[in-house]
Design a protein around this ligand. Structure first.
Ligand SMILES: Nc1ncnc2c1ncn2[C@@H]1O[C@H](COP(=O)(O)OP(=O)(O)O)[C@@H](O)[C@H]1O
Ligand SMILES: [Mg+2]
Length: 295
């Protein structure tokens, strides 16, 4: 097993007794460096994207549909669609390059240290198996727990996901749950293996606004309580504004603006970011901006 995949392998800190300049910027959990992605038509669609995700933070990627957010996430996950490939740059996780992992190691990394949730949670569940059994399976296989213990862990995690009557939810089939409940189940499945990084790509897009806000609050809570680092991806600036400390604005496969979320919302520098902020004034982003100022 490589060091990268070993939970127990702590990285030796760089620091010595003398405080040094570089200690101010410890290795980020995730570093995307000059990432380029090319699709089957041999067209480059991601043109050298760079950003860091420091441990314990929530980083937002925002931009209109087709701007390259999902291909960037899938590159991180080692899950690019057929025909798409990383054609330049590098991705580092906890200081190690993960772009050149073997398929097997990439699968293992995804199963342990990096997890993801996407839009349309129902499509990731087996319709003919109860959601509880599907979650318990993670504890049985990854945690090697016996059946009863896996069930108990699953019920407890469903409870922690804010689902009422978790023991009952455990016995339900996907079609019996609302979209918001299903996304909570998917988040439970994603974090059951205690990953360090969770990528949520348009994870709340299909939900109505109130439920969306609740699921975003759940993500923030998991970050606080479980030491989870988040990458939150949305075409909707309001979603990013609610959860992320830093934001990167995508347009046509480039990052056109980056900065602390509050700053980008208050004083967007790029005309495209300004248009995103302006188009949201009407939908209450001002309200979120004020909330952040009050903190
Ligand atoms: N499997 C694919 N084959 C060919 N082109 C793709 C594929 N997936 C995405 N693209 C193209 O790559 C660009 C970026 O897509 P994507 O990363 O999905 O954008 P976003 O998530 O920001 O909406 C788009 O122009 C899209 O059409
Ligand atoms: Mg997308």
């Amino acid at each position: 097993m490589s060091v990268l995949l070993d939970h127990t392998a702590e990285r030796v800190p760089l620091s010595s007794s003398e405080p040094q300049e570089k200690d101010v910027h410890p290795t980020p959990l995730l570093r995307v460096k000059e990432l380029r992605v090319t699709v089957a038509t041999s067209a480059e669609v991601v043109h050298g994207i760079s950003f860091d995700v420091p441990k314990g933070t929530a980083v937002g990627l925002v931009g209109e549909s087709g701007s390259g957010k999902t291909l960037t996430c899938r590159s991180i996950l080692g899950l690019l669609p057929a025909g798409a490939e990383i054609s330049g740059g590098d991705i580092e996780f906890a200081g190690d390059s993960i772009t050149t992992l073997t398929r097997r190691d990439a699968v293992r990394l995804r199963g342990t240290r990096i997890a993801a949730v996407f839009q349309d949670p129902a499509s990731y569940l087996n319709p003919s198996i109860t959601v509880g059994a599907q979650l318990a399976e993670v504890f049985r296989v990854r945690g090697r727990l016996p059946r009863k213990a896996a069930r108990d862990e699953a019920v407890e995690l469903l409870h922690a996901m804010g689902l009422h009557r978790p023991a009952h939810v455990y016995t339900q089939y996907p079609f019996e749950l609302s979209g918001g409940m299903l996304q909570r189940v998917l988040i439970a499945i994603a974090i059951a293996g205690e990953p360090e990084l969770l990528i949520a790509d348009e994870a709340t897009t299909a939900l109505d606004v109130t439920v969306q806000a609740e699921v975003l609050e759940l993500l923030s809570q998991l970050r606080r309580d479980r030491d989870l680092t988040l990458v939150v991806v949305s075409h909707d600036l309001a979603v990013i504004a609610q959860v992320s400390d830093e934001v990167h604005v995508f347009r046509d496969g480039h990052i056109v603006e980056s900065g602390p979320t509050r700053q980008v919302l208050r004083t967007p520098r790029h005309p495209y970011t300004r248009s995103l902020v302006d188009s949201h004034e009407r939908f209450g982003i001002d309200h979120i901006r004020r909330q952040r100022d009050d903190r």
